[in-house]
Design a protein around this ligand. Structure first.
Ligand code: GLU
Ligand code: ZN
Length: 507
């Protein structure tokens, strides 16, 4: 088999087209000999763990590429590793994709449903002598391996069984008869042309002795059967690609285009893992991240558009260009994710943010029905929270009395000098009708008390804030009082006055 070289563009390979017509079409874009093919990408996770940041980015790139080109995304679950694949992992992948809004057009297809098909392809390859049976005992393979290692050669199968006729009824594996000459070129949409000499490639095993097909075979059969035009995957697969190209060629199939996405590193330069604080996708949801923030963050891991940082999904679909993805690895950075999340919390539709906030209030034991409409809470607080979890925590004061004062704030603001302003405020606020419990009137009350006592606004508002919120930071005092409501405000002022009295008594 000769090297398969495709033009370096992201144009579509024509499927099932006659090669001459195909070539003609490539030369002349206006030619209508071959109808334009639909872009079909796939995301093909192995369900051996959660959907993590790296996998989610691969899924996102595949999704954006498909949408950008009016194509389709197929979800394929590569569950052939029966020992390590779990149903929980499949669920976590589906849940993660659905939370991120990465909707797919077909699937999920499960490889374990397709063993018959894989074996049929292997049998065809055997029939055409493009594959062969090998019954080399383990000891022999180990011996060759040791000799090759000693001679500083790359360990590989020596082709011993290529010309032998191993009978099907004895224990054996099936190996691919890899071409021995020439080269195979991976024409990568991100990395450009990567040639591999065929004599560097092993006669890899297609079917194990237990009858199960191997990864490279199943991927190739699926990519061909599912009419995949573009494969976007992690660059840990780049060495598999020349093998897959050779198998595709042996099957007489036109290969898809490939894009190998560089890996994601932690801040220390090592491959990203849990210990860098990288979480599964649904764990980000549980920690109060918005899907749009994670999407925006993930896309910027390796792709950029000028110096733009914030992208809506629609913008991404319009702008995303797989060929512009960095060749170099990118570094995971939680600070930037937090920044984006803050941005989306602050600028998102408050109704939507409130809807997403409610379960987080629930997690800390707050029933949003017992206090202000969460939409008003979001409007008041959104500028100050990095995550919904934080937003829920800092908004608890609107619904329930806090446990303890922040010690620094209490020490500074709940002192004897605060007694008179708090007493005055209590009296004035008590007189306010519920209809007057709105920002302007509340502001006027605080202002009037400050004026009457010849104090600055701060000297009055800060003790009041600590009294009703428990700490020195909250939205404007009028907004804060409105959210807390009359009853709780008065109750909490009484509590602060009692606290001051206790402090005085103890002094
Ligand atoms: N199942 C492989 C993985 O999760 C991906 C294979 C592919 O995309 O070709 O690493
Ligand atoms: Zn052998």
């Amino acid at each position: 088999m000769l090297a398969r070289v495709l033009a370096l563009d992201v144009s579509l390979p024509a499927r099932q087209a006659d090669p001459a017509a195909l070539l003609e079409c490539r030369r002349n874009r206006l030619s209508s000999l071959v109808p334009p093919m639909t872009v079909r990408t796939r995301f093909a996770p192995s369900p051996t763990g959660f959907l993590h940041v790296g996998g989610a980015r691969t899924a996102l790139f595949s999704y954006l590429f498909a949408r950008r080109h009016g194509g389709e995304l197929i979800l394929r679950i590569e569950d052939t590793d029966l020992e390590r694949s779990t149903a929980e992992s499949v669920n976590a992948i589906l849940e993660g994709m659905s939370w991120l809004g990465l909707d797919y057009d077909e699937g999920p297809f499960y490889q374990t449903d397709r063993f018959e098909r894989y074996n049929a392809v292997i049998d065809q390859l055997l029939e055409k002598q493009l594959a062969y049976r090998c019954d080399c005992p383990k000891e022999r393979l180990e011996r060759i391996r040791d000799m090759q290692m000693a001679a500083k050669l790359k360990p590989r199968y020596d082709g011993h069984c290529r010309a032998r006729h191993v009978k099907p009824d004895q224990p054996h594996v099936v190996r691919f008869r890899n071409p021995v000459e020439g080269a195979v070129v991976v024409d990568d949409m991100i990395r450009g042309r990567i040639p591999f000499a065929n004599d560097e490639l092993d006669d890899l095993i297609l079917r194990r002795s237990d009858g199960s097909p191997t990864y490279n075979l199943t991927v190739v059969v699926d990519d061909a059967d599912m009419d995949i035009t573009h494969v976007i995957r992690g660059d840990d697969h780049v060495n598999n690609t020349p093998r897959q190209l050779n198998i595709l060629a042996a099957m007489g199939k036109e290969p898809p285009r490939y894009a190998h996405v560089p890996m994601i590193l932690g801040a220390d330069g090592a491959r990203l893992s849990k210990r860098h604080g990288a979480l599964s996708v649904v764990a980000y949801r549980d920690q109060g991240y918005l899907p749009e923030a994670l999407i925006n963050y993930l896309v910027r891991l390796g792709w950029s558009h000028g110096d733009q940082e914030v992208f809506s999904l629609d913008e991404l679909i319009e702008l995303f260009d797989i060929t512009a993805v960095n060749r170099a690895a990118s570094t995971f950075n939680t600070t930037k994710l937090d920044w984006l999340n803050q941005h989306y919390i602050q600028h998102g539709d408050p109704k939507r943010i409130a809807r997403l906030l409610s379960p987080h209030l629930g997690h800390i034991g707050i029933d949003p029905a017992t206090g202000p409409d969460p939409v008003t809470v979001v409007e008041a607080q959104a500028a100050r929270a990095k995550t919904l979890v934080e937003l829920a925590a800092t908004s608890a004061f609107c619904y329930v009395d806090f446990d303890d004062y922040d010690p620094v704030a209490a020490k500074k603001h709940l002192r004897s000098v605060a007694r008179e302003p708090l007493e005055r405020l209590r009296a004035e606020l008590d007189m306010l009708a519920l209809d007057d419990w709105h920002d302007e009137e509340l502001h006027r009350v605080v202002e009037r008390v400050a004026e009457e006592l010849a104090l600055t606004m701060g000297k009055v508002a800060q003790p009041l804030r600590v009294a009703v919120v428990g700490r020195a930071a909250s939205p404007g005092i009028d907004v804060t009082l409105r959210l807390v409501g009359k009853e709780a405000t008065l109750r909490r002022i009484d509590r602060a006055l009692a606290y001051i009295a206790e402090r005085e008594a103890a002094a």
